[in-house]
Ligand binder design. Structure first.
Ligand SMILES: *Cc1c(COP(=O)(O)O)cnc(C)c1O
Length: 386
């Protein structure tokens, strides 16, 4: 079975990107590589909206959160970590693994972090040396108000580290304008590439923290290592290690496609797909886990389970009969929600239609009265580029 990914990352990658990866393997240094490397870093900085240093690292997103915490903070130091879902909690775990003292700042599952609450926690904990938050909490599909949270961190004089793994490229996140000190993302979510590469931007303030930090935390996931190579070998071999060069060839094509489409149009495509799915599923009796509004994510949609069938039944049917893969809920939401991603091809009209028709068919199979096409109500709304 050829499965199609409608999960919240990785996503269905365009054939043009896949074809670019199937070229003879370039080396990761030398003049021909430097041209590719600079081109890709330039496009990434455009999408990040940053003039800060930006590193491309062969890694998963979590690795670069490890890199940020280990590079900026020493054992025993306190960090305020926003937690309103699985990935916020994971950031807390990563911080704890560096021996940091985690001051949690929470919101209930399905609700966003509150900047006023952050202000209160920072006032209560003047010893806190940094703040870390997730932008799009993929486990609940909640958007956290990163712009406001960054403002509060700045007022308190501490850097903010943002897990933008599932948001950068899918929604506006102008790193410099919003004052994000460290921003982490990956190739395989809203940048629509296969997994393998992760990216981290580092502000001057974050560098101050790095330079003041004498903790020993290894060589590879250490920002000083990457800065040293960029500064000293930058003209011919800009990274400390071998790069997955074929992945970078694919990334170059994907970034070009996104910038040619236009970032605004790229965001609009995700917004359209999320609205079409939300309206369509509501029309056939589903309820969204996150109500409409600025908190609802355009990148993925969590939908509540229904009494007539289990989430597993629906997921198994879609996979078996249509080759459509969606995601369930992560503990403690397992069985209570399912999640549909809108990244990559899942944001296009044919993919959205196929998904909604497949859900209709499942519901009819369950004996529910759903006229064919009932879930198409949102297809015409808004704007879709494809
Ligand atoms: C996918 C995701 C991660 C994990 O990324 P890995 O590359 O698997 O480490 C972290 N945070 C968020 C918000 C995510 O969506």
């Amino acid at each position: 079975m050829r499965y199609k990914l409608y999960i919240p990352g990785p996503c269905e990658v365009d054939e043009e990107v896949l074809a670019a990866m199937a070229q003879p393997t370039p080396r990761h240094y030398g003049p021909e590589w430097m041209e590719i490397y600079q081109d890709v870093i330039g496009m990434l900085k455009q999408i990040f909206g940053t003039r800060n240093d930006l590193f491309m690292v062969p890694a998963a997103g979590s690795a670069l959160l490890d890199m940020a915490f280990g590079s900026m903070l020493a054992e025993g130091e306190a960090i305020v970590v926003g937690m309103n879902g699985f990935f916020g909690e994971r950031m807390g775990t990563i911080a704890e693994c560096h021996g940091l003292r985690v001051v949690p700042f929470t919101a209930p599952l399905g609700q966003p972090l509150d900047p006023e609450e952050l202000r209160r926690v920072l006032r209560e904990h003047p010893e806190a040396r940094a703040v870390a938050v997730v932008h799009h909490e993929t486990a609940t599909t909640v958007m956290n108000p990163v712009r406001e949270l960054a403002q509060v961190a700045r007022e308190a004089g501490v850097p903010i580290i943002v897990d933008a793994v599932s948001s950068l490229g899918g929604v506006p996140l102008p790193v410099d304008e919003w004052g994000i000190d460290v921003c982490v993302t990956v190739a395989n979510k809203c940048l629509e590439c296969p997994p393998g590469l992760a990216f981290i931007s580092v502000s001057p303030k974050a560098w101050e923290w790095v330079d003041r930090n004498d903790s020993r935390h290894g060589w590879y996931l250490n920002l000083r290592t990457w800065r040293w190579y960029a500064e000293n070998w930058g003209a011919w071999h800009p990274t400390p290690v071998t790069m997955p060069t074929n992945n970078v060839l694919g990334l170059r094509v994907s970034l070009r496609r996104i910038l040619a489409e236009g970032l605004e149009a790229h965001f609009a495509r995700y917004r359209w797909a999320s609205q079409a799915v939300r309206r369509g599923l509501e029309a056939v009796g589903f309820e969204m886990f996150v109500p409409d509004g600025p908190t609802a994510s355009p990148i993925a949609t969590a939908v509540k389970a229904r009494p007539e069938f289990t989430v597993n039944e629906l997921m198994a049917y879609l996979a078996r009969e249509h080759g459509i893969l969606i995601s369930g809920g992560l503990e403690p939401l397992a069985g209570k929600i399912f999640r549909v991603g809108h990244m990559g091809k899942a944001s296009t009209r044919p993919f959205v239609m196929e998904f909604l028709f497949a859900v209709e068919e499942f519901l009819r199979g369950k004996g529910l009265s759903v006229p064919p096409g009932a879930s198409m109500v949102g297809m015409a709304e808004g704007k879709s580029e494809t």
